[in-house]
Design a protein around this ligand. Structure first.
Ligand SMILES: Nc1ncnc2c1ncn2[C@@H]1O[C@H](COP(=O)(O)OP(=O)(O)OP(=O)(O)O)[C@@H](O)[C@H]1O
Length: 261
């Protein structure tokens, strides 16, 4: 579905600095219904890669194609969720969920019908008319994810969406995102700094290294499917396979950070 071929990105340097090679020779496929997670030391180009997929940025070299067509800019087929959700604090939950549809010119009745479908999925059915500034951070982030989904994108792009949440809320939100992913059959590209989150959520993991940003390791992951098949999140995360994989990936990332230090 999404094909990234030999993509490099250079950011122009200042008067006294050379251009920054933010990404070098990236090849990546994101298939239908796949959950791809990017992990790596700070500055390895994760956000640059996401901005390319979103169409906010054009590659210096190489190509990105979605269903065979070159990505030429942002589009409704790709929705982005940031850590700092861009909600309208004065609007209530249902109006925030329906906001993107309003911008697209969808009529009031239809946008509320679509938005209500997501309330239950997000566990927000009792908060339809609550202003979002009154909700907890975790609930606000759920509204942000719901708003991205109402536009029915092919790919959901998430840059550290759970980074600001406390540990328990974050675990609950991981589970919720996996359930949404399963029920909506979306493709997902997620950036995180948490190795545990990456392993738990992805079907495919890419580990990136800085200077220049590149993909150094790729893993296929079974853990989210085990969770969705009925194992508890704790059972999955405490299993020997999970712990072994966590140590492998941590080893790779620590080696990168030591090299950088
Ligand atoms: N607009 C820009 N102009 C110049 N250099 C940039 C720009 N944006 C990013 N960079 C540089 O490109 C490299 C990759 O940055 P990017 O933000 O994509 O990495 P990241 O992996 O997302 O980092 P982090 O985990 O800290 O968010 C870094 O060296 C960064 O300093």
């Amino acid at each position: 579905m999404l094909e990234i071929r030999r993509v490099s990105v250079f950011y122009p340097g200042g008067d006294r600095t050379d251009a920054v090679e933010a990404l070098r020779n990236i090849d990546l496929d994101i298939g239908e219904g796949e959950f791809v997670v990017a992990l790596g030391a700070s500055g390895c180009g994760k956000s640059t890669l996401m901005n390319l997929i979103a169409g906010f940025l054009a590659p210096s070299f190489g190509q990105l194609r979605l269903d065979g067509a070159p990505i030429a800019g942002p589009g409704r087929d790709r929705a982005v969720v940031f850590q700092k959700h861009a909600l309208m604090p004065w609007l209530n939950v249902i109006d925030n969920l329906a906001f993107g549809l309003k911008l697209q010119g969808v009529g009031r009745a239809e946008r509320y019908t679509v938005a209500r479908r997501f309330l239950g999925l997000l566990g927000l059915e009792d908060f339809e008319t609550s202003p979002v500034y009154m909700l907890s951070g975790g609930m606000q982030q759920r509204v942000g994810i719901g708003r991205a989904l109402t536009a029915d994108p092919r790919i959901l792009l998430m840059d550290e969406p759970l980074g600001a949440l406390d540990a328990l809320t974050r675990e609950r939100a991981q589970e919720l995102i996996l359930r949404i992913w399963q029920s909506q059959n979306k493709s997902v590209f997620l950036i995180t700094h948490s190795v545990e989150e990456a392993l738990f959520m992805g079907t495919k993991l890419i580990v990136m290294s800085p200077r220049p940003g590149r993909i150094t390791h790729r893993f296929d992951l079974p853990f989210s499917r085990r969770f969705l098949a009925g194992e508890s999140a704790r059972e999955v995360k405490a299993s020997p396979e999970f712990i072994a994989m966590r140590e492998t990936v941590l080893g790779i990332i620590f080696a990168d950070e030591e090299q950088a230090a």
